[in-house]
Design a protein around this ligand. Structure first.
Ligand code: SAH
Ligand code: SF4
Length: 359
């Protein structure tokens, strides 16, 4: 390939980087009709088109023009692993040979997809395997929405229209979504585009954060998707030891941001609380948790610590976990113990590391 060809190729943009509104503006600037953006979105996200040639309601001339300017790439599914409980880990290769994982979780009537927002993570939480590899880079909008689009295609290819619908998304894979704010917001707009995009209801999309206070405030104004906060401790000493971000945004500030978080009347913030033996699993912790959550419309997900080779932390006994849960329930806190899925294939919370395994 000569240099000119190379440059021409570089001008070709991945069309999934654009929200529908951005694409409309782009088309208008180029003298094309704005409503084409919606037509193209339907082909890409609803009909899973891989090329502009398939878009038969566009003129041949327009298709040729689009081909010169845009591409519609997919992520490469490098490997997948299925757990005995049906949970499946998808290892995707990105264009620069880096890798991310998504986790497909079968529920009763639908699938939930747990997606990644970064390659690695910079937050350094002590209990999390993703943290151990450090931070590599942010995912782009396209790479975030492609995890969803490509997972749907995988299900479609396997089970056809008989497949259970993939209807729920949680940003609980690798990375801190609010540290990649703009790409995540743009991805959300495509994922929840009800007319043309991936058509997820905002009620079925959850963004989990380690507690980036300024971005939590912005998020509430920008979207009605659900917020989950990884709390994991009830005092600053323990939380700062577990999660370095607590030194920048201590509990007082985090809880204030949660109290002020704008949400629909019946919505609640989910507080994730990993139970770690002898660290945050005492009766005093449970009582403090009840107290600090009292002023917030909230529910608690208790996650028994998933043990892994890079951590000395241990999971409390089942009896201790149940006792902690019961203490919350007795005090009118909505709480569940989250059953860990996919533990046997390292697909459970905090076990994702995208270590390359060849088929
Ligand atoms: N970075 C975001 C989202 C991804 S982590 C966040 O921290 O919220 C998703 C969840 O996995 C977090 O609630 C985190 O506390 C939890 N987690 C991390 N490591 C874990 C482990 N070893 N066992 C159980 N849960 C873990
Ligand atoms: Fe990053 Fe979340 Fe893991 Fe903390 S728990 S290191 S924020 S992915």
């Amino acid at each position: 390939m000569n240099n000119t060809e190379n440059k021409a190729l570089k001008k070709v943009k991945d069309i999934k980087e654009f929200t529908r509104q951005e694409l409309e503006t782009f088309f208008e600037k180029k003298g094309m009709r704005a409503f084409r953006a919606g037509q193209i979105f339907k082909w890409i996200y609803l009909r899973q088109a891989d090329s502009f040639d398939e878009m038969t309601d566009l003129s041949k001339e327009l298709r040729e023009r689009l081909k010169k300017q845009f591409s519609i790439p997919r992520l490469v599914l490098q490997n997948s692993e299925k757990s005995i409980d049906g949970t499946e880990k998808l290892l995707f290769r990105l264009h620069d040979k880096k890798h991310v994982e998504s986790v497909l979780i079968p529920e009763k009537n639908h699938y939930t997809l747990c997606i990644s927002s970064q390659v690695g993570c910079a937050q350094g939480c002590r209990f999390c395997l993703t943290a151990k590899g450090g931070f590599e880079r942010n995912l782009t909008t396209s790479e975030i929405v492609s995890q969803v689009r490509d997972a749907r295609k995988i299900l479609l290819d396997r089970d056809g229209d008989n497949s259970m619908p993939l209807s729920n998304i949680v940003f609980m894979g690798m990375g801190e979504p609010l540290a990649n704010y703009d790409a995540v917001i743009n991805a959300l707009s495509i994922i929840t585009d009800g007319d043309y995009g991936l058509k997820f209801s905002t009620r079925r999309v959850t963004i989990s954060t380690s507690g980036m206070v300024p971005e939590i405030k912005k998020l509430g104004l920008a979207t009605s998707a659900n917020l989950a906060v990884s709390l994991n401790a009830t005092n600053d000493k323990t939380r700062s030891m577990l999660m370095p971000i607590n030194r920048r945004y201590p509990l007082k500030d985090l809880l204030a941001a949660c109290r002020e978080f704008k949400m629909k009347p019946r919505n609640k913030i989910t507080f994730e609380y990993i139970l770690i033996k002898d660290i945050n699993d005492t009766d005093e912790d449970a009582l403090r948790l009840v107290k600090i959550l009292a002023p917030i419309r909230s529910k608690v997900n208790l996650i028994p610590f998933n043990e892994h080779e890079k951590s000395d932390f241990k999971r409390p006994s089942a009896a201790k976990i149940n006792h902690f849960l019961q203490m919350l329930l007795d005090r009118n806190i909505t709480a569940i113990t989250r059953k860990s899925k996919g533990d046997d294939i390292s697909a459970a919370c905090g076990q994702l590391k995208a270590k390359l395994k060849l088929k």
